[in-house]
Design a protein around this ligand. Structure first.
Ligand SMILES: [Fe+2]
Length: 298
């Protein structure tokens, strides 16, 4: 039976039913899901209570599953799920209990509250991010998704001209630095700063994308203050209500987002409440413009 699509808006976000993602996907379903993701950017699949292995298997249908964030950073601190192919998006300690406010896992979760596309700071970024909710909270904890194509389209002409040839320098620890999280020099340099055009074309839809998020440390050809002020302005533009879908999670919800055309952020919640999400990510096949020349870390 073919998958069923209910678009949230004409061009952004669709709810998908009629498929059990815990079972092997047929070629037709895979092609339909890729096409839907190309068009809508973000797909919501309710009622998908997947085992860890099933979630990884679903991600692997769409490309090489990324392990770099886990092996370079996260699993060196805590590896509760025991896998390099899954990211633990939770506020839980290694024993599965709700972590205290100063715990590394809790602090790391706070970094998700700023607009970003997963892997934008990497030379080989992430194409699809797939989040599966296990335990959800009462108040807050939504994930908001923004359409970076609509955000580009709605820029004024002068801004489009200003950023047409600009290159952003993206750094993994930009938000953690802003939050004053005390990471080691090794952690801060695990991913070197990389250069990306601030306007890209999304191959799945052919539309231009405003490629700017909270990982942008500087803009080439601009002073640091001028560049950072522009980044702040562009992120505010991306986060305007008309570009954004806000998802209130229920256990079993699975969201597949195309990072090439969308950005997202997590919303505040009470960290004493248990919240558990699992994420699998697939690598893109397009690389950045390379490592930033200065090699400087913050
Ligand atoms: Fe993310």
């Amino acid at each position: 039976m073919p998958i069923r699509l209910e678009p949230v808006t004409e061009k952004f976000v669709a709810r998908v039913t009629g498929v059990d993602l815990g079972k092997p996907l047929g070629l037709v379903d895979r092609a339909d899901i890729v096409a839907a993701c190309d068009r809508y950017g973000t797909l919501v699949f309710p009622g998908q209570h997947l085992a860890k292995e099933e979630l990884v298997a679903f991600g692997a249908v769409f490309g090489e599953v990324d392990t770099t964030l886990q092996t370079k950073l996260m699993n060196r601190v805590q590896n509760r799920l025991g896998m390099d192919t899954l990211t633990d998006i939770s506020n839980l300690d290694a024993d599965g209990n709700v972590a205290h406010a100063q715990h590394w896992q809790t602090i790391t979760t706070i970094g998700n509250r700023f607009w970003h596309s997963d892997g934008s700071y990497k030379d080989l970024p992430i194409r699809y991010s797939i989040l599966n909710a296990v335990t959800t909270v009462g108040y807050g904890g939504e994930t908001q998704y923004a359409d970076l194509r609509a955000a580009y389209d709605s820029l004024d002409e002068a801004t489009k001209v200003l950023i047409a040839d600009k290159i952003g320098i993206f750094w993994s620890h930009n938000t953690r630095d802003w939050l004053k999280i005390a990471d080691s020099p090794e952690e801060r340099s695990a991913f070197p700063k990389v250069r990306w055009p601030m306007v890209r074309t999304h191959p799945g839809s052919g539309r231009k994308v405003l490629w700017c998020d909270s990982k942008v440390w500087a803009i080439e050809g601009m002073s640091l203050p001028e560049g950072r002020a522009l980044v702040h302005e562009l992120i505010e533009h991306i986060g305007q209500r008309e570009h954004v879908y806000s998802h209130k999670w229920e256990a079993g919800d699975l969201i597949m987002a195309d990072n090439r055309s969308t950005a997202h952020r997590g919303r505040r919640f009470d960290h004493s409440e248990r919240r558990e999400m699992r994420r699998v990510e697939t690598n893109d096949n397009v690389r950045s413009l390379g490592v930033a020349a200065d090699g400087e870390v913050g």
